[in-house]
Unconditional design. Sequence first.
Length: 67
Amino acid sequence: MSWRCRVFSKWVSVIIVFVIIAALAIPLPGEAATYSDLQKKNEQLEQQKKATQQQLSEVKSKTQDAF
């Protein structure tokens, strides 16, 4: 291989590595929005879980009172 080809291939490799690192390091706005959406959904599910547990405890106490 000629020296020009080797230099060109090294620069291409450096650019590819830089692009990969940039893609991994910089979050996209869509991904950030998705993360906040997941946090909101998680909070909603936690509230639903608490409500369901409360309903379950009420049902348990009613069934224990019935027997």
